[in-house]
Design a binder for this molecule. Structure first.
Ligand code: RTP
Ligand code: MG
Length: 135
């Protein structure tokens, strides 16, 4: 297995719930290392650009409104198989379908306010890390 990097975002609902530390702790306990990190409020243009792949989807406007509703914490996680491992720790997009013990099952309220983002492929990880942290 290869050492990979993936982009993770702690979304506004989780920041508001005061569980930044608990979520980071899940990554660390699973062996993923935080190698870059910033807390910021996304502008509308930043959120639209980040989720550009979804711009034709019916939920796009709600997604952008949610992602700009409060500060987020953006980090790069590094470790063995980091992209898939992070997705596993996160759980399904809809927290009602997320497995027990996953971040979304434990901290997310709804499919819109679902606590975390994680890159879904090597190509996405490369683009998303560059989007926030450059190359
Ligand atoms: P993310 O990109 O945020 O890590 O989430 P994901 O890969 O699990 O899900 P994705 O399909 O990429 O969708 C991005 C975000 O859009 C919202 N969404 N709403 N109402 C809906 O049917 C719907 N589908 C997706 C979710 O907040 C999801 O995280
Ligand atoms: Mg996605």
């Amino acid at each position: 297995m290869a050492t990979e990097r993936t982009l993770s975002i702690i979304k506004p609902d989780a920041v508001a719930k005061n569980v930044i530390g608990e979520i980071l702790s899940r990554f660390e306990k699973a062996g993923l290392k935080v190698v870059e990190m910033q807390m910021k409020s996304l502008s509308k243009a930043e959120a639209e650009g980040f989720y550009a792949e979804h711009k034709e989807r019916p939920f796009f406007a709600d997604l952008v409104a949610f992602m700009t509703s409060g500060p987020v914490v953006v980090q790069v996680l590094e470790g063995e198989n980091a992209i898939a491992q992070n997705r596993e720790l996160m759980g399904a997009t809809n927290p009602k379908e997320a497995a027990e013990g996953t971040i979304r099952r434990d901290f997310a309220e709804s499919i819109d306010a679902n606590a975390v983002h994680g890159s879904d492929s090597a190509a996405s990880a490369e683009r998303e890390i560059g989007y926030f942290f450059g190359n």
